[in-house]
Design a protein. Sequence first.
Length: 477
Amino acid sequence: MNIAIILIILLAGSIFTYLSGNRFASKVAILFSVAAAVFSIALYLNYGATGTNFSVNWISNPDISFSLKADGLSIAMLLLTTILVPIILIATQAREFKNEKSLYSLVMFMTFAMVGAFLSSNALLYYIFWEMSLVPIYFIVVLWGNGEISKRRRAAMTFFLFTFMGSLFMMAAIIYLYVKTGSFELEAFLNANLTPTEQIWIFLAFFLAYAIKIPIFPFHMWQANVYSKAPAIGTMLLAGIMSKMGAYSVIRWQLPITPYASQELRTIVLILCAIGVVYGAILALRQNEIKRFLAYASLSHVGFIAAGAYALTFDGIKGAVVLILAHGFGMVAMFYSADIIQNRTGILRISDLGGIKPYAPKFTVAFFLSILSSIGVPLTFNFIGEFTIMYGLYQVSVWFTIAVGSSMFLGALFMLRMFQYVMLGPPAKKPFRDLSKTEVAVFSLFIIILFVFGVYTKPVTDLVTASITEIVTYINR
């Protein structure tokens, strides 16, 4: 099975979505995204953790190959992306957008770029896909976002410049490694004979790119504005998938290439992660606008993921991968809930909401179950990831475990407090329409994934264990 086919499906989906016109754009995008999801599931069933590779000569001078690697870790990220995207498209299909063919075409192209970044095993190819993913989300925020156009442009430009600046440092590191090894292949980078000083500089160059993308404190300044100004479809893509590109890349590229630097700088990076976890939770408590609230809640959660990765232990990295997947589905469910509230009421201020529960029992249950998963109660997908990360951190320092683990209490506090203000209280003056059949189906998919894998996580851990074991071997060499 040629893994390049999935990229062809997504790129063709982007082109045909645009050519189909505004009337059929959403349906064509859903069709191609479902096809990509089916192919990804078939890839998983055929190869599982053993994976498969694909490589063809691309550029002769310098010698560059179009190389893709679908091991357990890449397949996990591929499944996250290709399953989430059709769900997001179905969830937002009922929304009216101007120039829908352009919007949905950009979504498909963004998906193509993100999948390319997850599958690439050639650094130059990886960098090209990494940068290509920025362009669609910039236009999605500017052209279809919320609020004044000037503020949307400012938010989108800040995000673009931040991430592009970080990417330039990563590109400098990639070029240096190419000069050192004579190849852009990941395998060559992993076996490069780097001095401790070289590793430190390369680690820092990669860190800047990934810390902005995830984001890690204090490189988060772009996040809240972009999340609040983006349309729901854009926010779901950002929070559910794009932020995971950074966390995935830390595990795939940064840590195994620079094992000495990773060990030397681990304490400093873990301190930043712990600050981000607590800082995000405290800022979430202070927010009165639901999308900004969720942005800072996400900052706290992704700090948790980053802490697991930078713990450099097998359990920490495994927990980070599990939480990447859980947070991807869970945070999209939360932003979908926020979109439903905004669409029904026209209100995003938490203090102006309340009393929705009497009108919408189905939405109340779906929203509450999404919150339970987000705060990581036992038997949820998030809980498995968070507990495994804390065990991995405990092997490094009990103090990091306590600092990062405090976010579980703070997360329960700010999430349940938000639910109380938004959903409970006297019935709202304006009736709130309960979930449609499509909305029930979308929430059902989220809840099934978040709770089934919370009870039985073995398929996920079996898929990624071999890849993580190999990466940890490089880190500890």
